[in-house]
Write a protein that binds this ligand. Structure first.
Ligand SMILES: [Zn+2]
Length: 365
């Protein structure tokens, strides 16, 4: 068949934006648009569930895709892409996987019927092996980096030393299922995100917005509360439900479309009020014990809430829903005896504030 160009749209699967492209079927599916040139291997292509004449195809396991309505191209792809409608897992992984898949599907269907997905997710989170959780954390970390536009890592050495000592003091009492790993990334949004496997991503504007070291440490301690409760793992299980179990048994974790969704959810979807309250309680305990001001968490949350009532995508308030009631609760628990204490001295705090010194300012978003 002579190659002819077909008009369609391309989406990266992360943003809602669709780019106009032309599609040409040669040895691969060639996609050309403004600043875009892709060639997708035919054997990798999978088709989405759409009503003809609309057709949606993309590389299996990835979020990006193209859509078009040209019937000749649709027919040609059906002829030439062997796995376009692959749904039988035994085709790619043999009998064992099929059996595991059936068991997982069975469990998740039972779970759905009896508890609903979030409930079974809560039950499953503690039994997910640490090694798998760590792997997931790494994958989600990568996704979040991509969603935020790969903000550079801030690791000015003296600042990092101050931060590491602070973390050590705050976690000295144990109580966390894993040692938390904190990464600071330069970004103009104030937020801190806890990922599976004890990973915490701090966006540098949180440090800039903190007027005292205790405000920053209070938020960090709140994140440790989420680590302690394994909330990210619960959220991940709840967000992906049975499809997560499916990808787990199929061995396809990294680069799966589920991770894209989970990365988005980690940034913009909040935890439940109960989970937030528990993390606040944790923060108050850690701050009181570590010589900090346990009320500072309420102070910074209130200030950010005032500045940022629109609660834009990726803000601290979106991922940790905030209410006046939360601030009152924090203050009531903390009492007055820690008010005005400082968890770092002036010099240490000034050093920590320079943690992004190693990153050129122009890359700031
Ligand atoms: Zn939270």
């Amino acid at each position: 068949m002579p190659a002819h160009a077909v008009y369609g749209t391309y989406s990266d699967g992360l943003s809602a934006r669709a780019h106009p492209v032309t599609l040409v079927l040669e040895d691969s599916l060639e996609i050309t648009g403004q600043d875009l040139r892709l060639a997708w291997t035919l054997a990798d292509l999978a088709a989405g569930d759409t009503a003809a004449p609309l057709m949606r195809v993309g590389p299996a396991g990835r979020a990006e895709r193209v859509e078009f309505t040209d019937e000749a191209l649709a027919a040609a792809l059906k002829d030439r892409c062997p796995d376009l409608y692959r749904s039988d897992p035994s085709a790619s992984g043999g009998r064992l996987r099929l059996v595991l898949w059936s068991i997982a599907a069975g469990i998740s269907v039972i779970g759905l019927a009896i508890y609903g997905v979030p409930a079974i997710a809560v039950r499953l989170a503690p039994v997910v092996p640490a090694a798998i959780e760590a792997r997931l954390g790494g994958a989600v970390d990568g996704q979040i980096g991509k969603i935020l536009g790969d903000p550079p890592v801030c690791n000015d050495a003296p600042a990092r030393a101050v931060l590491d000592r602070l973390i050590e003091r705050m976690t000295a009492n144990g109580g966390l299922p894993v040692d938390p790993a904190i990464t600071v990334r330069r970004h103009a949004i104030a937020n801190a995100l806890t990922l599976p496997g004890g990973r915490v991503v701090v966006l540098s504007d949180l440090i800039d917005q903190s007027r005292t070291p205790d405000e920053f440490a209070g938020v960090l301690a709140h994140e440790f509360g989420h680590v302690a409760a394994r909330d990210p793992m619960r959220a991940l299980l709840a967000a992906s439900g049975s499809s997560f179990l499916l990808s787990l048994v199929l061995g396809d974790l990294t680069g799966s479309t589920i991770l894209v969704a989970v990365g988005q959810a980690a940034i913009s979807a909040g935890y439940s009020r109960e989970a937030e309250n528990a993390a606040d309680t944790y923060s108050v305990e850690v701050m009181s014990r570590s010589g900090g001001d346990a009320t500072a968490l309420a102070t910074i949350l209130e200030r950010i809430a005032k500045d940022d009532e629109k609660a834009e995508f990726a803000s601290l308030l979106r991922s940790h829903p905030f209410t006046k009631e939360r601030a009152n609760r924090i203050r009531a628990m903390a009492g007055t005896e820690t008010v005005g204490r400082r968890i770092l001295d002036e010099t240490e705090w000034a050093t920590l504030k320079g943690i992004c010194r190693n990153v050129p300012a122009k890359t700031a978003k």
